[in-house]
Design a protein around this ligand. Structure first.
Ligand code: GLU
Length: 361
């Protein structure tokens, strides 16, 4: 039986807390010089660190702050380039806010700007973890945001819910807390206490995104899906007041918790694949192969493969799709595409992706 004591215990025992704070939660505090929001957040994070926890913040707000600083009205939807320029203006203010406020609690912050491409390349990914580890060892609070200024349309993560799940994914024992303007995920007018899996029915209860931020409930649920898949725990809670963090540690039920009842234990390759946004080629597989992937923990064999979108080499990342173009899995090819025979008879016994190098999506 899941109850708040369980989550309280999980929070107390986790060595790393990743806290994501959304645009709509943070931007009101830029216009208000009297706002003590960042200072209070710093105090609470100091408390968490005094309890021997490491804290990573994933902070939105660069575009939102940029907009307010530029103080220009946009009568139409803002273009991607304008958003990127606004992020360039707002990011400095955002990090400065953290720096000045956290200094009052003797905390040093650092800025980490990331793009989806940083999660594509395994060595970049490992390097990111090493740098974060070094910062955490020094008791620095990394403030992470997407590198909005350079990310192209194809290579954008686009929202920090996704980014924060990828950061939590670097640390299997981390708990992710998404602070937003609502106190949890609502379905049929009621806050859902615990989510243990995410399907189309759950997703159908998500509304649309707010004006300045790009996420909304959909991206939070999709972040939750990845978190559940990697056997981790996440909460969605209201960040209107930073003391929610203290309250959650005291067992407050004011949140929706995502808790995996059963999860495949993902090895580090699979966790990397789960948070990767890249693929070299797409493979379309038949229904038999789809069933084998889903229900028998099978490797992907050439015999069930109907189409290959483009050539790939052994070691490249490939995406696996059903005939109906439903994305099924991402994996690392164990052979070159040129070694896959065209005729079905000759395909027997040839494996394209080993199960240990593949994650279901
Ligand atoms: N990176 C964006 C910003 O700092 C926010 C993305 C999001 O809203 O999730 O403005």
């Amino acid at each position: 039986m899941l109850n708040n004591d369980k989550f309280k215990t999980i929070l107390h025992s986790t060595p790393i807390v990743v806290i994501k704070i959304g645009t709509a939660t943070l931007t009101p505090h830029i216009a208000d010089p009297e706002s003590g929001y960042f200072t209070e957040l710093g105090k609470i994070i100091r408390d968490l660190m005094d309890q021997r926890k490491k804290v990573i913040i994933v902070s939105s707000g660069a575009v939102g702050y940029g907009k307010r600083i530029l103080n220009r009205s946009f009568s139409r939807a803002i273009s991607l380039t304008e958003k990127q320029a606004l992020a360039s203006i707002g990011q400095t203010v955002l990090v400065n806010k953290y720096r000045e406020a956290f200094r009052k609690s003797d905390l040093i912050v650092s800025q980490v700007l990331l793009s989806a491409s940083d999660f594509m390349n395994r060595s970049h990914y490992n390097n990111l973890r090493s740098t974060l580890n070094q910062l955490l060892d020094w008791n620095i609070v990394p403030i992470i945001n997407e590198n909005d200024v350079v990310a192209t349309r194809e290579l954008r993560m686009g929202d920090n819910d996704t980014l924060s799940a990828s950061i939590a994914g670097l640390y299997p024992s981390a708990v992710l807390i998404l602070l937003t303007t609502v106190d949890g995920f609502y379905a049929n007018g009621e806050r859902v206490a615990t989510v243990t899996s995410i399907d189309e029915e759950v997703l159908s209860h998500a509304g649309s995104a707010g004006t300045d931020g790009s996420g909304g409930m959909v991206t939070k649920l999709l972040a939750g899906k990845k978190i559940l898949q990697s056997g981790q725990v996440m909460a969605i809670a209201s960040g209107k007041s930073p003391d929610i963090l203290t309250k959650l540690l005291q067992g407050s039920s004011n949140a929706t918790w995502f808790y995996p009842e059963s999860a495949e234990n993902l090895n580090s390759t699979k966790r990397w694949l789960l948070h990767n946004h890249y693929h070299k080629a797409k493979l379309t597989i038949d229904e038999g192969a789809e069933k084998a992937l889903r229900f028998s923990s099978a490797s992907l064999l050439a015999v069930g493969t109907i189409n290959i979108s483009e050539s790939f080499k052994k070691g490249d990342i490939v995406l696996v799709e059903s005939i109906g173009e439903k994305i099924l899995a991402r994996g690392i090819a164990s052979i070159d595409s040129t070694s896959i025979p065209a005729s079905r008879e000759e395909k027997h016994g040839i494996q394209i992706i080993h199960r240990d190098s593949m994650v279901l999506l």
